[in-house]
Design a protein around this ligand. Structure first.
Ligand code: 6FA
Ligand code: ABL
Length: 771
C-alpha cells in the first residue's frame, strides 16, 4: 500500500553541478572511485565503470555508498531525479546490507524494479560507526522510460537520505517514509572507467593504498583482506576550520608543531577550490562566498547547502565557518570588550598586543570597493540626519575602537581587494604553505577519545585517518576544539563532558558507543551562560533610497552595469555587503548596569509588516542590537537526534534588557519628524515600539552572535575552560572559538573573537607540558 506521499527529488537544479565528483581511493578496498561526499551527512557515493573497450560489461558498474550509522537508509537516483529513473536503495540490518532496485512514476513510495542484478562485493561491511555497501550493478546503465547513464560523459546523480528507519529492515522491498534530505552532484562518468575493473569485481586491488598523507595502511595479500590503518599522530589536532580553528592552526604550525585541522564541510571561496558561482560570476570563477555583494543571497538561496543542517540556527558548515557566510562586519575590540567586568580573566587584559597581531594580518576597510569610492550610500545619508539630531558624532570606527557612545561611521569589513578576505584568505593560506600543517575537509569529529582526563585522539567519520576513524595524538599532544558555539558543546557532550541531562541524551543515542565509562564523565556547565544580541528591525522608506530590488536579483539577474564593473576590477556595489552604517550608544539601566546599543543600517529589509501602502523600492532597515552589558542568558543543548539548538532562548529574559532595548528603539526614531520624507513602515503608526517588541517573533531576534556556551573563567563551577582555554578537569583539551567568550562584545563579534584566539594560542603554546 502506498501509505505516504513523497515530495520527491526535484528535477535537475542549477546548483547541482556546482558539486562535482572527483577521484578518490577507498583505502578499505583499494578501489579508485569517481564520487562525492555529501558534507552534511558525510555519506560518500562512488562509481567505477569498466574500460570503454569492454563490451561484455558495458551495461554495468561498481558502486559504493559509505554512510555513518546515523543514515537509516540511503538512495541513489541514477538519472538525477526520482521519477522514471533507476533507483538504488540500501540500509544496514543486523550486520548486513539490505538493498534493492526501485522505480517511481509518481512522488509516492518507489516500488520494486526487476531487471538489474545487484551483487555485494566483499568490502561491504557494517561496524559501530559506519556501513558500507560496495556492489556490482549489472544491467544498470539504462532502464524503463528511456533513461540511461552517460557513461562517456557527465551526468547528475541525486541522492536521498533518511534518519528514519525503514518499516521492515530485513525485507529488501520494505516500505519507508520520504527521505529527510536529498541533494545532487555532477558525476564525471568519463573519468570513472578503470582498467582494474575486473580486479575490483573480486573485491579490490589487494594492494590497497591510501591517498591521504595522514595515515599509513598495511595490508596482507588476498582479495578480500581488510587493510589495517594506523593513524598518523599529530602534536595538535584542531577541530573546525572557522575563524577560531584557522587562527589556532596557523599560529601553532608557525611555531613548528605538527598540526591537523579537521573540517566537516568543504571548500568555500574559489581560492580554496570552491565552485559555487553565480551564473554571472562563472567567467571569473568567483563563488557566492567571494563576492561581498552576494551576501544577502545567503538567506534566499533555494539550496543553501552551506548551513549546518543539524544546527537549528544559522551556522556555516564549510571552510571558514561563519566567516565564509557572514556580513563580514569587522570591529577592532575596545578595552571594555576584554575587561574583567565583561567576564574576561584578569590575565587577559593586555589584548592590544594580540589585536595588533590580528590587524597586521587582516586590516579592516570601510571602503571595500577597489576604486576607493562608496556605493549605495543613501541609507547612510538618511540615518546620518537622524543621528546628528541626537548628538551623535561621525568617526572612522576602527580608528577609534573605544568610542562607542553616540558614535557612528561607515560600516567596516574584513574584505580584501573587493572580495571576501577574512581568515580564509590570510591565516589559512600561510598555514597551508607549511609542511607541518595538514588540512582535511569533509571530516566530521564526533568526540574526543580519552582515558580519564587524558585525551588520546579524536573520533572521526574517516576510516582512512586511523583505526575506526580515530586520529591519535603524539605524546603530550593536544586537541583544540573550534567547532563553534553549537558544534563544540555537541562534541563535548559526545565525549562525556557536560551536564548530566545532556550526557543522558547521548547515552540513549547512536553516539552512546563512543562515550567513556560513566565514572569518567566530567560535569561542567557546557551550554549554559549563552548570550546572543537581541535585535529588532525597524523598516523605513525614504524617497532617496535605492533598495536595490531588496537584493533579490543579485544572484541570477544583477544590474548589468554593476556586474560588469565588478567583474572588471572588483569595484562598485558588488564589492561591498549590504550594511552601510553602524552606530553605538551607551545606556545606564535601572539595575545600574551599563548596556550598549548597536545600530546597523542597510538598504532593503528582511520583512515588512504594515497596514499601509509603501514604495518597496525605497525601503531600508535599521537593526537595533543590545550588546555589551546585557544580563539575559540562555542555554544550548542537543535533542535525541543530536541536533544542536538553543534549549532556553537567550533574548530579553531579564526585564531590564527589554526596558533598555525599547528605550533605544524609541531614541532612534525620536526625531524622525525632522527628516523630510522619512516614514517608518515597520512598525507602522498603528503599533507602538513597546507593542512591537512585545509581539516580536523571538526567533527573528536572533543575531547569529552566539557566545558563552563553553565560557572562560577561573572555576569549574561556572566556567568550562580555564584562563589558558584548557577544559577544566582535562589534561590536554582546549577550546578556541566563540563559545569561550564570556559576554558579548560591543560590536559584531568576529573581530573580538579573532583577537581572543590570537591570545589563547599564545597562552596554549606557552603552557608547559605540551608537545
Ligand atoms: N560576525 C561578525 O563579526 N560580523 C558579521 O557581519 C557577522 N555576520 C554573521 C552572519 O551574517 C551570519 C549569517 C552568521 C551565521 C554569523 C555572523 N557573524 C558575524 C558571527 C560570526 O561569523 C561568528 O561569531 C564566527 O564565525 C564564530 O566563529 P567560530 O570559529 O566560533 O565558529 P564557526 O561556526 O565560524 O566555525 C566552526 C567551524 O567548525 C565550521 O567551519 C564548522 O563546519 C566546523 N565544525 C563544526 N562542527 C564540527 C565537527 N564536529 N567536526 C569538524 N568540523 C566541525
Ligand atoms: C551580522 O553580524 C548578523 O549576524 C547578520 O544577521 C547580519 O545580516 C549581518 N551581520 C549584516 O549586518 C542579516 C541580513 O542583513 C538579513 O537580511 C538577514 O535576514 C539576517 O542577517 C538573518 O539573521
Amino acid at each position: 500500500m502506498l501509505r505516504r506521499v513523497f515530495l520527491g527529488l526535484l528535477p535537475l537544479v542549477g546548483s547541482a553541478l556546482a558539486q562535482s565528483s572527483s577521484a578518490y581511493t577507498d583505502s578499505g578496498n583499494g578501489i579508485v572511485f569517481q564520487g562525492y561526499t555529501d558534507p552534511v551527512h558525510n555519506v560518500t557515493y562512488g562509481i567505477v565503470l569498466p574500460p570503454t573497450t569492454e563490451t561484455s560489461e558495458a551495461t554495468e558498474f561498481i558502486g559504493e555508498i559509505v554512510a555513518p550509522v546515523a543514515a537509516q537508509w540511503v538512495g541513489i537516483a541514477l538519472g538525477g531525479a526520482m521519477l522514471d529513473n533507476l533507483l538504488l536503495v540500501a540500509w544496514p540490518n543486523d550486520g548486513d546490507i539490505v538493498s534493492s532496485t526501485r522505480y517511481a512514476t509518481d512522488y509516492v513510495q518507489p516500488v520494486e524494479y526487476d531487471g538489474p542484478t545487484l551483487t555485494d562485493l566483499p568490502s561491504t561491511s557494517v561496524n559501530s560507526t559506519h556501513w558500507k555497501w560496495v556492489f556490482r550493478c549489472q544491467n544498470c546503465t539504462s532502464w524503463s522510460g528511456g533513461g540511461s547513464l552517460a557513461t562517456t560523459g557527465t551526468g547528475v546523480l541525486a541522492w536521498a537520505y533518511s534518519d528514519v528507519g525503514v518499516d521492515d529492515p530485513s525485507d529488501p522491498q520494505s516500505t519507508f517514509s520520504e527521505h529527510t534530505d536529498f541533494g545532487f552532484f555532477g558525476e564525471v562518468y568519463s573519468a570513472a572507467h578503470s582498467d582494474n575493473y575486473d580486479a575490483y569485481l573480486t573485491g579490490g586491488t589487494g594492494t590497497a593504498t591510501t591517498t591521504t598523507p595522514t595515515s599509513t595502511t598495511t595490508t596482507s595479500t588476498g582479495p578480500t583482506s581488510t587493510p589495517t590503518v594506523t593513524g598518523t599522530p599529530y602534536d595538535y589536532i584542531i577541530v573546525g576550520a572557522g575563524p577560531g580553528g584557522i587562527i589556532a592552526a596557523d599560529r601553532i604550525s608557525e611555531a613548528g608543531k605538527s598540526v591537523l585541522l579537521l573540517e566537516r564541510g568543504g571548500p568555500s571561496t574559489a581560492e580554496t577550490g570552491g565552485t559555487y558561482d553565480a551564473p554571472w560570476t562563472e567567467s571569473a570563477n568567483l563563488t557566492k562566498f567571494d563576492v561581498p555583494g552576494l551576501f544577502e543571497s545567503m538567506f534566499t538561496d533555494s539550496n543553501p547547502w552551506y548551513w549546518c543542517k543539524d544546527i537549528t540556527v544559522f551556522a556555516g558548515c564549510l571552510l571558514g565557518g561563519g566567516t565564509s557566510v557572514n556580513g563580514a562586519l569587522y570591529w577592532y575590540p575596545n578595552s571594555l570588550d576584554f575587561s574583567t567586568g565583561n567576564g574576561w580573566p584578569s590575565d587577559w587584559q593586555d589584548f592590544q598586543l594580540y589585536l595588533d597581531k590580528m590587524i597586521a594580518r587582516l586590516p579592516s576597510t570601510d571602503h571595500p570597493s577597489t576604486d576607493g569610492q562608496r556605493y549605495l550610500e543613501q541609507s547612510f545619508n538618511v540615518t546620518q540626519q537622524l543621528l546628528e539630531g541626537q548628538g551623535y558624532t561621525q568617526i572612522t570606527v576602527n580608528d577609534n575602537p573605544n568610542q562607542k557612545d553616540h558614535a557612528y561611521g561607515y560600516s567596516a569589513f574584513d574584505f580584501i581587494g573587493g572580495q571576501r578576505g577574512g581568515p580564509v584568505a590570510t591565516y589559512f593560506q600561510t598555514a597551508s604553505a607549511r609542511s607541518n600543517f595538514v588540512y582535511k575537509d569533509y571530516t566530521m569529529v564526533n568526540n574526543v577519545v580519552r582515558n580519564g582526563s587524558q585525551i588520546t585522539g579524536v573520533q572521526t567519520n574517516d576510516t582512512s585517518l586511523g583505526p575506526n576513524g580515530v586520529v591519535p595524538l603524539n605524546p603530550n599532544g593536544r586537541v583544540i576544539l573550534a567547532a563553534g558555539s553549537y558544534g563544540t558543546p555537541r562534541i563535548l557532550f559526545q565525549s562525556g563532558i557536560g551536564p548530566s541531562d545532556m550526557l543522558s541524551i547521548v547515552q540513549s543515542s547512536t553516539a552512546a558507543a563512543n562515550l567513556p565509562p560513566a565514572s569518567d564523565f566530567i560535569d561542567l556547565p557546557v551550554g549554559y551562560n549563552v548570550s546572543d544580541n537581541p535585535s529588532i528591525n525597524l523598516v523605513f522608506t525614504h524617497p532617496s533610497i535605492d533598495a536595490y530590488e531588496n537584493w533579490a536579483d543579485v544572484w541570477s539577474d544583477p544590474r548589468t552595469a554593476d556586474a560588469d564593473q565588478y567583474l572588471q576590477n572588483r569595484s562598485g556595489v558588488f564589492a561591498g555587503a549590504s550594511p552601510k552604517m553602524n552606530f553605538w550608544r551607551a545606556y545606564s539601566g535601572s539595575d545600574n548596569n551599563q548596556r550598549y546599543m548597536q545600530g546597523t543600517v542597510r538598504p532593503g529589509a528582511a520583512s515588512v509588516n504594515t497596514t499601509y501602502a509603501y514604495n518597496a523600492s525605497q525601503i531600508f532597515t535599521i537593526t537595533v542590537y543590545l550588546s555589551t552589558g546585557i544580563t539575559s542568558r540562555g542555554r544550548i543543548g542537543i535533542d535525541a537526534a543530536l541536533r544542536a539548538q538553543p534549549i532556553v532562548a537567550p533574548w530579553l529574559t531579564d526585564p531590564v534588557d527589554k526596558e533598555i532595548l525599547i528605550q533605544a528603539l524609541n531614541d532612534v526614531v525620536s526625531n524622525m519628524g525632522n527628516v523630510t520624507g522619512l516614514t517608518m513602515i515597520t512598525p507602522d503608526n498603528t503599533t507602538t515600539i513597546s507593542e512591537y517588541v512585545d509581539n516580536y517573533d523571538p526567533s527573528t531576534m536572533d543575531s547569529n552572535h552566539w557566545v558563552g556556551s563553553a565560557k572562560i573563567g577561573t572555576s569549574a563551577t561556572d566556567a568550562v575552560v580555564d584562563t589558558n582555554t584548557k577544559v577544566f578537569n582535562t589534561d590536554n583539551l582546549f577550546i578556541t572559538d566563540a563559545s569561550i567568550i564570556p559576554k558579548l562584545p560591543t560590536g559584531n563579534p568576529h573581530g573580538t573573537l579573532m583577537t581572543a584566539v590570537e591570545q589563547a594560542v599564545a597562552k596554549i603554546l606557552a603552557l608547559s607540558g605540551g608537545p
